[in-house]
Design a protein around this ligand. Structure first.
Ligand code: FAD
Ligand code: UDP
Length: 373
């Protein structure tokens, strides 16, 4: 079979790209080395009948009408606003750290004083990244920021990345800014929901076009004619010739309990004193009603190529420079291969950004329509 495009990786980036091209009559081969579709968003029922996200809990959120409308062609949704509590000084307080977290951890007059200083300086409703808050010219704000830094960010970030917050791109900790409000939602995006019958079911509908052939358990190595969209790791593509590009990995521990509900909210974070970072209750996220519930605990670990899964690119200038070397070599040696996705772009994409990347490339390179409907 002669294909117009070969797409390597059946995650959000690859599946959206493949679907768009197949929809305009292009012949597409979508392959993945894993035995399933969905990339890291893959979900399946465990032996207790609970739908679990195999590569860590995934909560969909986006401000993009295009991405939302596009995915809604393939799934109905269950509205879900994620909430997180962090265990700090023995208390469970809202994360992102907000005015209620402040009130829970400080004596009332002190909390009231800090709240009024923050409100005067930034305004109620504002969100300030911790590294910025620490640079305030106001001494009281700096003292408060140092407290939040030590209790919320420092330990968690060292566990997750083996780096201090200042050693990473500021965009990493800015994902969870201090919130001068009582809004305790983890995300503020316009659309927040979980595919009603799961991510895998949504992907199955995305790739159902007869112009699209699927090859699972297929390890792709080198280009052989047809243009390729590659969504795997760029350092692996080039045999690690400039040395491995740093990633972080995780180990997931799954525990099923004989209770209907265990946690007060979807995720509990453990910034300090544990070797895991967070525990998520799958049934809270999916809304599944059952007599048992499943918890997933995340243990960060180093990434060893060939042994562990590269989950997170590590956003730092030196890594970006190494990525640029790989990207330049790839474009010279493999002019027929387009790189895209969380691993191939070496970007800390959320699911909606990965999907948007696939849609945009399909419009630019393959002539598919944009907006993609
Ligand atoms: P991937 O999903 O990684 O897909 C790439 C695919 O390519 C893989 O299936 C891989 O097997 C395949 N592949 C690679 N190389 C080859 C090869 N040589 N041959 C064949 N196949 C190959 N985002 C959110 O929006 N909300 C969340 O709550 C959220 N939680 C997350 C939690 C964790 C623990 C992690 C790690 C990520 C989370 N994300 C979340 C991010 C989300 O997983 C990604 O944005 C998204 O999966 C990226 O899609 P992708 O297609 O770029 O890559
Ligand atoms: N973070 C933290 N403490 C928390 C939550 C987040 O220090 O309680 C930092 C940490 O560095 C983390 C980053 O903020 O890696 C981004 O958090 P997010 O929840 O967005 O991470 P993800 O869900 O992508 O793993």
């Amino acid at each position: 079979m002669n294909y117009d495009w070969i797409v390597v990786g059946a995650g959000f980036t690859g599946a959206a790209f493949a679907e768009r091209l197949a929809s305009i009559g292009k012949k597409v081969l979508l392959l993945d080395r894993r035995p399933h579709i969905g990339g890291n968003a893959f979900d399946e029922y465990n032996e207790s009948g609970i739908l679990v996200h195999r590569y860590g809990p995934h909560i969909f959120h986006t401000n993009s009408d295009v991405v939302w409308n596009y995915l809604s062609k393939f799934t109905d949704w269950r509205p879900y606003e994620h909430r997180v509590l962090g265990l700090i000084e023995g208390k469970l307080v809202p994360i992102p750290f907000n005015l209620d977290s402040l009130a829970a951890l400080f004596p009332a007059p002190v909390a009231a004083r800090i709240e009024s200083v923050l409100a005067a300086e930034y305004g109620i409703g504002k969100k300030i990244p911790i590294l910025k808050l620490q640079q305030s010219s106001n001494e009281e704000i700096r003292a408060f920021a140092d407290y939040v830094y030590r209790n919320v960010f420092e330990g968690y970030t060292i566990k997750q990345w083996q780096l201090r917050p200042q050693e990473l791109s500021p965009s990493v900790t800015a994902r969870v800014p201090v919130s001068i409000s009582r809004d305790d939602r983890y995300f503020q995006d316009t659309y927040q929901a979980i595919p009603l019958d799961g991510y895998t079911a949504m992907f199955r509908r995305m790739i159902g076009n007869p112009n699209l052939d699927l090859a699972l358990g297929s390890d792709w190595k080198t280009p052989n004619g047809a243009p390729v969209l590659f969504t795997g790791a760029i350092d692996e593509l080039l045999n690690y010739r400039f040395g491995p590009l740093p990633y972080r990995s995780l180990r997931f521990e799954e525990k099923t309990l004989n209770v209907r509900r265990h946690q007060p909210v979807g995720t509990v974070n453990y910034p300090n004193n544990h070797d895991y970072t967070r525990t998520t209750e799958q049934t809270i996220i999916t809304g599944q009603q059952a007599d048992v519930t499943t918890l997933i605990t995340e243990y960060p670990q180093p990434h060893i190529p060939g042994e562990t899964i590269a989950y997170y690119p590590i956003p730092r200038d030196d890594n970006q420079a190494l990525y640029a070397k790989y990207a330049a070599a790839a474009s010279t040696e493999f002019p027929n291969v387009v790189l895209a996705g969380r691993l191939a772009d070496y970007q800390y994409y959320n699911m909606d950004q990965a999907c948007a990347r696939g849609l945009k490339l399909a419009a630019e390179l393959g002539g598919a329509s944009w907006p993609a409907l």
